[in-house]
Design a binder for this molecule. Structure first.
Ligand SMILES: NC(=O)c1ccc[n+]([C@@H]2O[C@H](COP(=O)([O-])OP(=O)(O)OC[C@H]3O[C@@H](n4cnc5c(N)ncnc54)[C@H](O)[C@@H]3O)[C@@H](O)[C@H]2O)c1
Length: 445
């Protein structure tokens, strides 16, 4: 019998999950330090928090940190395929966190779980992709016909007044990923954002490292686990040369692949070219690639016209946030037979002309669906930033407006310094003369 209310696969998986959480914790020293301080100072005492994040061992260590600070937590999944069921079990059983997440849950269950997180009447929210906040905003502005039916049912059961109270009770919200920040900025632009949001993704202590090195390594890891392909000698097409795309391209080249980058932004395309990658339109790259990886945050990047010219045996993977980057409807329409799980995590699409394309993880985040997501060491920085930003929201309660804020510089600085210290790296400091020189204008040639 689970210790708290929850909806998880099986609480008996807790011992394995606990081992996984503690293993990750060894490589999350910054978060551990913050947890020790939070346990002493209790900056989140009495704060109800709902988090919609990938339910992984690293997230569990963030939950332990927020809980040490006094937060009352509910956690639901931010992706139906990324939940580690054993970790969910351990969070419930060993740490008393209410978790609503089951790996492979259908869309109905996914939104039923989001409704459970909203029902907690959170004072702080934490999102990865903005599904939690966007559901709440639809409710807040009365667009119940646009929200998923499970959330609509929840809102109708509660009634308008209680929903209004819940929205008004949100002190602040943190967003973990690029796609979520894009959605939140669009809400602010449309004048529907109802509470302050901090764009944790945009912190340098987050995207410089997590998006680049975390996604770079774990995306390649997920593809290798799913397919066992040798990357050396392959032509890998990376769609999007943003922070994630840079990391994926760099690591793919490191494995001996020829990397082709496709972009729509001229600066990013130029950067890719000067970093030594081939750059060309996707229409051309589609004919050459052995493996395609989308990391754009955009929709229908790989679509019918590209599938039509791909080589027999080409592999398709997505590491962007939502499963919309590969046009699955178009792929299905060109397909005569789908062989599910031809290899774990891989579906074979047999096209009318006899070619076969292989889709990994149903087009969902390959690094979380087919591997364990980012390594703990890099999530240490992202989640340290999340924990300190949560504290910041509580300290500044009532002072922030309903808009998207950057993470304060002091938090970024603290996270970077703690991480360097944990790696045994020291750096120089400016002399007084240098400080004066950098602050002045009088000295020239
Ligand atoms: N897999 C993960 O664990 C993980 C981690 C972090 C971020 N993400 C997600 O990955 C995606 C990318 O994040 P990012 O931080 O690199 O974003 P970014 O904004 O830095 O980069 C995205 C790039 O894609 C390009 N792009 C957009 N449409 C394109 C198209 N049709 N063809 C080619 N290029 C196109 C943009 O010009 C941009 O350079 C987002 O959805 C983000 O949420 C995933």
């Amino acid at each position: 019998m689970p210790a708290v209310d929850c909806d998880i696969r099986d609480v008996k998986l807790a011992p394995e999950g606990r081992r996984r959480i503690l293993w990750a914790d060894r490589d999350m020293p910054v978060l551990a330090q913050i947890r020790e301080r939070f346990a002493r100072e209790k900056p989140l005492q009495g704060i109800r928090m709902s988090a919609c994040l990938h339910v992984t061992a690293e997230t569990a260590n963030l939950m332990r940190t927020l809980q040490a600070g006094g937060a009352e937590l509910v956690l639901c999944a931010s992706n139906p395929l990324s939940t580690q069921d054993d970790v969910a079990a351990s969070l419930v059983q060993d740490y008393g966190v209410r978790v609503y997440a089951i790996r492979g849950e259908d869309t109905d269950t996914y939104y039923r779980h989001i409704a459970a997180a909203l029902d907690h009447a959170p004072m702080l929210t934490m999102d990865d992709g903005a599904d939690l906040v966007s559901s709440l905003i639809f409710v807040a502005i009365g667009r119940l016909h646009d929200v998923h039916p499970r959330v609509r049912e929840w809102a109708e059961r509660l009634g308008r007044e209680r929903c209004r109270q819940i929205v008004q009770g949100v002190l602040g919200s943190m967003e973990e990923t690029t796609t979520g920040v894009t959605r939140l900025r669009a809400m602010a632009r449309d004048g529907v954002l109802q509470f302050p949001v901090i764009a944790v993704n945009d912190a340098q202590s987050k995207h410089f490292f997590d998006n680049r090195y975390g996604t770079g390594q774990s995306t390649i890891d997920g593809i290798i686990r799913a397919t066992d392909v040798l990357l050396a000698g392959k032509k890998i097409v990376v769609c999007g040369y943003g922070w994630c795309g840079k990391g994926v391209s760099l690591r793919a080249r490191g494995m001996g692949a020829t990397v082709i980058v496709t972009e729509v932004n001229p600066i990013r395309a130029l950067e890719a070219a000067m970093d030594g990658f081939l750059v060309m339109p996707l229409a051309e790259a589609a004919k050459l690639g052995d493996l395609f990886i989308t990391v754009t945050g955009n929709k229908h990047v790989l679509r019918g016209e590209h599938f039509a010219v791909m080589k027999d045996g080409a592999i398709l993977a997505n590491s962007g946030h939502f499963d919309v980057e590969i046009d699955l409807k178009a792929l299905r329409e060109m397909t005569v037979e789908i062989v599910r799980q031809v290899h774990p995590h891989v579906d074979e699409y047999r096209l009318r002309d006899g070619r076969r394309l292989y889709l990994i993880a149903e087009g969902r985040l390959v690094n979380l669906a087919a591997a364990h997501g980012h390594p703990p060491s890099v999530m240490d920085m992202s989640f340290a930033t999340q924990a300190l930003t949560s504290e910041y929201c509580v300290k500044n309660r009532g002072k922030l407006a309903a808009r998207v804020y950057d993470v304060p510089n002091e938090i970024e600085d603290t996270v970077a310094r703690l991480k360097l210290a944990s790696m045994g790296i020291q750096i120089d400091t400016l002399t007084e003369e240098q400080q004066r020189y950098l602050a002045g204008w009088e000295e020239g040639t």
